[in-house]
Design a binder for this molecule. Structure first.
Ligand SMILES: Cc1cc2nc3c(=O)[nH]c(=O)nc-3n(C[C@H](O)[C@H](O)[C@H](O)COP(=O)(O)O)c2cc1C
Length: 184
């Protein structure tokens, strides 16, 4: 295991792993857990495919059905959590993000790049999470109006690297990503 002595090198390592989420379909970074808060006080966690990451702008992007329940949660509270565990490199990544939800015509250029067979994920009837009588009592009809792009503006990144000696660090946007070591 690499022992990082410098905060910026550790953050570079974290970002290299985040970036693999888009580049490497086999990387667990492609399937982060996306956590929203809800009115009943229970957090809601679910897997989403990371569609892109952009270190320069501190953003990562997800796509979802505009009628799914996470959309209601994000309307109430656009703050969300992202969690990634990378077993090969023994790294946990936690991020706090503020989510900008894009729906409607603004998503058309992105929608054009969604493979045709993937578009059915946006437009299920009844909407995701509704009770149905039997397991397959639903229909798919791709609908660009049901396509939502979640642009996540990263506020903080926490890294925990397991090894003979664990290493943990916390980086915040408001501190210009300077970072500080934390006791693991
Ligand atoms: C491997 C995997 C990848 C998934 N990718 C997405 C995705 O990219 N977008 C999405 O909306 N749901 C995705 N889902 C389904 C979500 O986990 C979730 O069930 C769905 O979005 C409804 O969530 P909600 O009712 O909490 O809004 C994925 C599920 C799995 C298991």
């Amino acid at each position: 295991m690499k022992v990082f002595q410098k905060l910026d090198e550790f953050l570079d390592f974290g970002w290299a792993q985040i970036s693999r989420g888009k580049a490497d379909k086999k990387s667990p970074a492609r399937y982060p857990t996306f956590v929203t808060s809800s009115g009943d006080g229970f957090p809601n966690a679910r897997t989403l495919v990371m569609r892109s990451s952009d270190r320069k702008n501190n953003q990562i992007e997800f796509h979802t059905d505009a009628a799914s329940s996470k959309m209601f949660a994000l309307k109430e509270n656009p703050r969300a959590g992202i969690h990634i565990w990378l077993p090969k490199v023994q790294l946990q990544i936690q991020m706090d993000v503020v989510v900008e939800v894009k729906v409607g015509d603004i998503t058309i250029p992105t929608w054009r790049n969604v493979p045709t067979n993937s578009r059915v994920a946006y437009g299920t009837t009844p909407s995701p999470g509704n009770v149905i009588e039997t397991p397959l009592a639903y229909d798919h009809a791709p609908d660009q109006k049901r396509f939502a792009v979640l642009v996540c503006d990263i506020q903080s990144i926490q890294l925990l690297l397991l090894g003979a000696n664990h290493i943990r660090a916390y980086y915040k946007k408001k501190n210009n990503w300077q970072g500080e070591w934390l006791s693991p």
